[in-house]
Design a binder for this molecule. Structure first.
Ligand code: GLY
Length: 404
């Protein structure tokens, strides 16, 4: 009997060791020079956001700036991007401990708070988790918690069990439109289940993610932008785009939202199918012949006029942040590749082509993003979410520095 158990034990031990070694993470070593650049970026961003703060009225949120006509464009709190400005201020406050930025973040969150009851948008994750979610991490408060729970409740009202998705856009009767971006709003729901013990938020999040995995993704792991469902049966009626070049194209920011979204799904559930999905999306992006050497994607991977098409810094910033999390969950080879690409993106975005000179660019940090090309809006301009995910990616990169 002993003779049989010993080899079996040895086999198991070997298998465990081999598995462990193949899954072992690379020893990600941040570059000193880039760490230094990032430190300077944070100091510069602090000053830029004081410029940005002067461009908005008391109830306004920075949206973009049009450099050709030197015109600022702001929004109200209902615009899907309203959480990014306070979110960036809070991230910068964490880095620089500049009280003025914290005061501004608190002021603008006071304006934003009413959106907790907004049931007409799927963007509550972006709006409330990037702002109040971060505020609650920095300094938890019962009022932040309540706002976040109410936001999760509001978001959940948009879930239809027959479809298995949260509705993204309200449109004409008979349409049930779900966009790939919606994955980004699920983190709020995971938080809500952890916080309240109510598993319904978690169930909505994983159901939405599973339905999206089934219907939004093509065999090559590129994603459609919009799926139109039959609200009664859940059948797919249309697969199309809104912000991309064509129905069958790969809109760059959509690919980044998916990459980020499934990375969060894996973090929150530890379900390997989401890790596989995130890595397959990464494979599509990183092996795409139209991804330039500087790793800043064109606004659509299938735009017709590549290499003369516009680049989208926002898609790159979201991608960098996602890769700097995904590399932690990946084996050494893949992890190192993700880390290296994120590093290239951070270097590219830190150079003058993308990082605006002090006092310019309406106070935004990054230039050259594309919001909605087909609609002719926000083209080759700064965008609040490009800044937010750039800051987040820099923070994530710094975190690999053991000394931090
Ligand atoms: N619809 C959100 C975005 O433009 O990415």
């Amino acid at each position: 009997m002993k003779f049989k158990i010993l080899p079996a034990l040895l086999c198991t031990l070997c298998f465990t060791m081999i598995s462990f070694l193949s899954l072992a993470q690379a020893n990600f070593k941040p570059q000193k020079e880039l760490l230094f650049t990032i430190k300077k970026n944070f100091t510069d961003a602090d000053a830029q956001y004081k410029v940005l703060a002067k461009q908005i009225g008391p109830d306004e949120f920075p949206k973009t700036y049009h450099p050709d006509v030197n015109k600022q464009e702001n929004s109200n709190s209902g615009w899907w991007c309203s959480g990014f400005y306070p979110g960036s201020l809070l991230y910068l406050y964490q880095e620089n401990k500049d009280q003025q930025l914290l005061t501004e973040a608190n002021r603008i969150m006071g304006v934003l708070a009413k959106e907790q009851f907004n049931t007409h948008t799927h963007d509550l994750g972006f709006m409330m988790y990037c702002s109040f979610g971060n505020a609650n991490k920095i300094g938890p408060k019962p009022e932040y918690r309540q706002i976040l729970v109410n936001s999760a409740k509001s978001l959940s009202t948009r879930f239809n069990p027959a479809v298995g998705c949260i509705k993204s856009w309200d449109s004409k009767p008979g349409d049930y439109l779900v966009i790939i971006d919606n994955l980004m709003n699920l983190e709020l729901l995971f938080w809500a289940t952890r916080e309240t013990g109510d598993s319904s938020y978690y169930k909505i999040a994983v159901t939405h993610a599973n339905t999206t995995m089934k219907n939004h993704y093509r065999p090559d792991y590129s994603s459609y932008h919009v799926i139109n469902y039959d609200a009664q049966t859940g059948a797919v009626k249309e697969k199309k785009t809104a912000q991309g070049f064509a129905n069958e194209s790969a809109w760059a920011r959509g690919q980044s939202w998916g990459l980020y979204g499934y990375t969060v799904l894996y973090r929150e559930t530890h379900d390997k199918k989401y890790l596989d999905q995130a890595q397959n999306i990464a494979h599509f992006i990183l092996t795409n012949p139209n991804l330039p050497a500087d790793k800043i994607p064109y606004w659509d991977y299938n735009a017709t006029n590549i290499p003369n098409a516009l680049k989208d810094a926002s898609a790159a910033a979201v991608m960098a942040s996602a890769l700097l999390e995904l590399c932690r969950y990946s084996d050494a080879k893949k992890g190192q590749e993700y880390f290296n690409v994120a590093q290239i993106i951070l270097k590219t975005l830190s150079a003058p082509r993308y990082k605006a000179a002090a006092g310019t660019n309406g106070g935004f940090i990054l230039q050259h993003s594309v919001g909605h090309f087909p609609a002719g809006t926000e083209i080759d301009v700064p965008l609040s979410y490009a800044d937010y995910y750039f800051i987040e990616a820099m923070k994530r990169y710094q975190a690999f520095d053991k000394k931090k």
